[in-house]
Write a protein that binds this ligand. Sequence first.
Ligand code: CUA
Length: 371
Amino acid sequence: MAQERTPQPKIVQFEGLGPGFWPVTIFLFAVSVALALYWCFGNIDWLMPGWEHPLTDRTADIDDLVKFMSVFASAIMVFVTGYVVYFVIAFRARPGQSADTIGVPVHDSPKLEFWWTILPSALLAVLSAWSIVVWYKIYFGTSAPALTAEVVAHQFYFEVRYPGLKTGVATNSEPMHLPVGVPIRLLVTSADVIHQFWVPEIRLKTAGVPGLVQNLNFTADHTGTYDITCTEFCGAGHSVMQGKIVFDQVPAFNTWLNDKKKSEAAAAAPINLASGDKAAGQALFAQKCSACHNNPPTPFDQKLVGPGLLHITDDPAHPNLVTGKPPTPQNIAWILQNGFTGSIGTMPNRQANGLSDTDIANLVAYLTSLK
Ligand code: CUA
């Protein structure tokens, strides 16, 4: 009985690694060296702004790590794509070869397999060890902090709490300040959803996670004003969750902090509500409040983000404010000053909303007139 045979593909034997393999290898090596020199000594301001004068001690660590990674990543990219292109050209189909022609099947090359396992492993081991050392310095600090500030992320601003200040600095309405030349510790967390605190110029970044406090330790070297941005999608206002950070010399920082303490003491004083102007309050309501409260004001249960504020002093459907007694103008002023957190939502305080004493008196005059 005649046996059926599966047709075998024709195998073409090539000479070694192909014509021009070693010149191509030398060329790829030269390109890799040129890129490595660029990463180490070139102007990489487009990628890492301020790389020439790192803003903090940890910035320099991160930059070195990024340069190390870039040197090897660009070499790997050059060799992998370079050889792919070279082999595609060197072992292309030639005229006269049938369609089922293939190259030499290669199985097992212990020497190659040894090196392509050892080299990437060694590279990753170095990268891991180096990263852990840098991370350790960022997370635990290299010396006891001279200033510890708390960064609490909110939808959609960062609140920075300083020692001796009762209310935090809200980065959507004013810049946060830090002194240069002394060790700083930032304790980062969140009051609502997951955010990400990032100052690109100092490279340092950490997630603000509800219920978790994470550290950033560093010493800044240069004064200046830089951007803060949230880099974790956290809701409709994520794209506007930005602010400024100002690095001051220590005396300037102390002056700023003392001024904050003084204005806080002044702000805590009771506000004279008698001078409130209803019309000015109405204009201000449209400007500052209408993002979260219906304008014109609606009954309490018609929510936008916050409740409707019509009949604020005599609406029986107002469960949190009306605790048996109708709220007084002072109650309303207190919420405008201090903000509110409860089952019906969260309202930022006067600092976050940028409200002066006069603004609060005007808003109270307007809201209490809605009966
Ligand atoms: Cu906060 Cu995005």
